[in-house]
Write a protein of this length. Structure first.
Length: 99
């Protein structure tokens, strides 16, 4: 997919409910990206905002994919990793160590 497709087609998913022109919506989107990166960090993947409409998921090998919503972020991450990704499973290990 080209970069323009991400710009023209993004913003319709429920997770993009804050999409819009106001500065508060942009800050909220950056906060979403920061939280997603905390989950993706152990997998050596990074997520970036793309013009407030889409996201760019990148691997340490330089592979990149433009995705339009958070559901696609996890699917693209699984494809890059070549295995299932359950972000909630990361917290299971931490809970077991704390007990």
């Amino acid at each position: 997919m080209c970069g323009m497709c991400g710009v023209l087609g993004g913003g319709r998913h429920w997770s993009n409910a804050t999409a819009g022109a106001e500065a508060g919506a942009r800050r909220h989107r950056y906060a979403q990206v920061a939280l997603a990166n905390r989950v993706l960090r152990p997998f050596r993947l990074t997520l970036a905002d793309f013009h407030g409409q889409s996201f760019v998921l990148a691997s340490p090998t330089g592979a990149q994919e433009i995705v339009s919503d958070f559901m696609q972020v996890w699917r693209a991450a699984e494809k890059m990793l070549g295995r299932p990704l359950d972000p909630l499973a990361l917290f299971d290990d931490a809970d077991e160590r704390a007990a």
